[in-house]
Every structure is written in structure tokens, then in C-alpha cells.
Design a protein around this ligand. Structure first.
Ligand SMILES: Cc1ncc(COP(=O)(O)O)c(C=O)c1O
Length: 367
């Protein structure tokens, strides 16, 4: 390689190392070591086709992918399921909405103002009708507005936010289902659990009850991002759905000798290994410990923000939102912002010392 090109790579490496130290605003854990997997980058692996079927492309990791799906099926309390490892939360949401549209072609999609932009984009891509519902101040869907808007429909597709992007607000799936039942509406509920799909199941039991979003409710599909709480250098995720519904979307393709059930044709076979490795090395107990650690960090940050009287502080488990600081602080700490709100997502790679330094910057600004 030319010297110039080598230098460019070195420069990128150094820059990323520095930026990692102040990475507070985006919900992606940065504490991981996947070096035992590097050797699998020697192969042109590809999980083309359905994860539950072999295909003529044999350099693949589908048995690892199935183990990852089984982990999530157990976590979300479903026995008869189908799903696959996606390239992130957006693809999972797209699959959920696609399946919903095939089952309810005439239905309108309902989602709240605080919903992630991927839903609006996917609804547009799929050419579906949609209806925006108001959000409450904490970011949760406004149930009264939802009922008012949905009650004149015979069929509805509803996106429940299991952790909104900015405030981590959680829509009450059982309440949404009750409203739909009250008005005898045929429905499909999809959960966008991009970050909190890996957080809520590891909260203490008593805190989980009111936030229940798994398949013990009337949910039909769930999308989770893998690179968020679990942590991965390559974006990934899972989508998991009730099996009898997914059977609607199956086309046999002779070229690969498998059913074409996934949105992408060629699919990443390395991220299932990353996911699998994370699950095997951390395990349920480890994830529980990580969530407890992150909640403690979030509690600490809220206390510190309140101590100095910083405005608009709100917490939803590991997400702490507050009044937007100066552009200088936003840039330095890579804070995500929306209008006048900014947030910190507390993740395993963060420490109290780091949050102390962040608070020092805010205190200076307060003066
Ligand atoms: C609530 C929510 N849904 C979906 C997504 C999209 O996920 P991804 O970036 O993995 O496509 C995000 C990303 O931040 C999100 O916060």
C-alpha cells in the first residue's frame, strides 16, 4: 500500500480512539472485544435465504443465527416464532411493517410524534396510509388521541415505541391492545424496541410489569438493534415475529434452493457471530448486571443535573434527557439533540468519572 494510504488509515484509527472517549449521546455501546472472531473475516460468508433452511451457498453461519434468534425468542416469551438477523433496527421495522401490510393491505398505520424517523420512511416506501398520534410530554403515545383517531377504522397497524429515540419513553402495549379491542378493530401491533429490547427484559421484575412488551401481549412482531445495547462494530439487529404470520411471505427460489423470506438477498453472516459471541460471553446474568450498572449511571447523572438546576431533566431507565446545552458541549460529547432537548444514553462503556467531566463542562456553562 502507498505511504499516503497507510497514513490515512493511521489517522482514522487515532481519530476514532480519541472520539470514543467522549461518546455519550448515541445509544451504541463501545465496550467489546471481538478479536477471537477476526479469523472468520478470511471467508466470503453469506447467510443468503431463510435462516431456518440450508441453501446451496454453504459458507454460512445460519446455525449461529438460529441460536441468536432462540435467545430472543426465550427473552420475549414466544415458542413458535420466525425471524432473522437484520442489518439494524430500520430493517427490522421495515420487515414488521411489510408483513403487517401483506396481512392488512387496507389498514392505516398509527404511530406517535416521537416515533423514530425510520417508521415514517418505511411507511412511505411501502406506500401505506398513516396517521400521526400526539405524544405526551414524556414522549409516550397519547392514548386519548390514539383512541379518538383509531376508533373510526375497521383495521389498524400500530407501531408501539419501546423506548423512543430521544426520551426512552415506552408505550403501554396492553393499553393500546385494549383500545383496539374496545372498538372491535382488526389489528397488527409492531414493537420498535431498537434499544430497549435489550434493556427492559433485564430490569428487576417489579419494574418490568407496567412496561411489558413481549409476546405475552398482543404484539405480532418486534425489531431490536444489535449494535446498540449489545454493542457491535457493525450495525445489526433482529426481527422476530409470530411464525404463522410469517408464512404469508415465502417464495421458493431455485437458484439458492431456499425460500426468499428476508428483505435482503445476500445477508451478513459475520454479525450473527458477533451477536452469538456476545450472548455466550455475557449471558443473561451479565446483561442484567450491565443494565443495573447503566441505570445507576443514569440515576447519578439525574442527581447531578438536578443539583445544579439544569432545566427539563427527565429519565426513562438508561436515557436521561435535558435542556439542550451549547453547540460546543453538544459537539464535544457527541450529544444527540432534537429541538431544545438533548440526551445522554448511559451504556456499559461509560463511567462516573466521564459523567463528572461532562458535568464540569455543564457547570461552567451554567455560570
Ligand atoms: C427507536 C428507534 N427505532 C429505530 C432506530 C433505527 O435503528 P438502526 O439505526 O439500527 O437502523 C433507532 C435508532 O436510533 C431508534 O432509536
Amino acid at each position: 500500500m502507498e505511504k499516503e494510504a497507510q497514513k490515512k488509515l493511521q489517522h482514522l484509527y487515532r481519530k476514532l480512539k480519541i472520539l470514543k472517549k467522549t461518546f455519550l449521546g448515541y445509544p451504541c455501546d463501545a465496550k467489546f472485544d471481538y478479536s477471537p472472531l477476526y479469523k472468520f473475516l478470511e471467508f466470503p460468508i453469506n447467510n443468503v435465504g431463510d435462516p431456518f433452511e440450508p441453501s446451496t451457498y454453504r459458507l454460512q453461519t445460519k446455525d449461529f443465527e438460529r441460536e441468536v434468534l432462540k435467545f430472543f425468542a426465550d427473552l420475549f416469551h414466544i415458542k413458535s416464532y420466525w425471524g432473522y438477523v437484520t442489518n439494524g433496527g430500520t430493517e427490522g421495522n421495515l420487515y414488521g411493517l411489510y408483513l403487517a401490510r401483506e396481512l392488512h393491505p387496507k389498514a392505516t398505520v398509527f404511530f406517535s410524534e416521537h416515533t423514530h424517523y425510520s417508521i415514517k420512511k418505511n411507511v412511505h416506501l411501502l406506500g401505506m396510509k398513516s396517521c400521526m398520534v400526539k405524544s405526551q410530554r414524556n414522549g409516550e403515545i397519547d392514548y386519548t388521541d390514539f383512541e379518538d383517531k383509531v376508533k373510526m377504522h375497521r383495521e389498524a397497524i400500530v407501531v408501539a415505541n419501546i423506548g423512543t429515540t430521544m426520551m426512552g419513553a415506552i408505550d403501554n402495549v396492553r393499553l393500546l391492545a385494549k383500545i383496539l379491542e374496545r372498538h372491535h378493530i382488526r389489528s397488527y401491533i409492531h414493537a420498535d424496541a431498537a434499544l430497549y429490547g435489550m434493556v427492559l427484559p433485564f430490569l428487576p421484575q417489579n419494574e418490568q410489569k407496567e412496561k411489558l412488551f413481549d409476546f405475552r401481549t398482543k404484539l405480532n412482531s418486534i425489531a431490536v438493534s444489535g449494535h446498540k445495547f449489545a454493542g457491535s462494530p457493525i450495525p445489526c439487529g433482529i426481527v422476530i415475529v409470530r411464525k404463522h404470520l410469517a408464512q404469508k411471505l415465502q417464495t421458493y427460489i431455485e437458484y439458492i434452493d431456499a425460500h426468499d423470506t428476508t428483505l435482503s438477498g445476500s445477508r451478513d453472516a459475520f454479525t450473527p457471530l458477533i451477536f452469538w459471541y456476545r450472548i455466550k460471553t455475557i449471558g443473561l446474568h451479565g446483561f442484567k448486571k450491565q443494565v443495573a450498572y447503566c441505570t445507576e449511571l443514569a440515576d447519578f447523572l439525574v442527581k447531578e443535573l438536578n443539583k445544579i438546576g439544569w432545566p427539563d431533566v427527565m429519565q426513562s431507565s438508561i436515557t436521561v434527557s435535558f435542556r439542550r446545552p451549547s453547540e460546543k458541549i453538544i459537539k464535544k460529547w457527541e450529544l444527540a439533540t432534537q429541538k431544545d432537548i438533548a440526551h445522554v444514553i448511559c451504556l456499559p462503556h461509560e463511567t462516573k468519572e466521564q459523567l463528572h467531566r461532562f458535568m464540569e463542562d455543564l457547570k461552567k456553562e451554567m455560570k
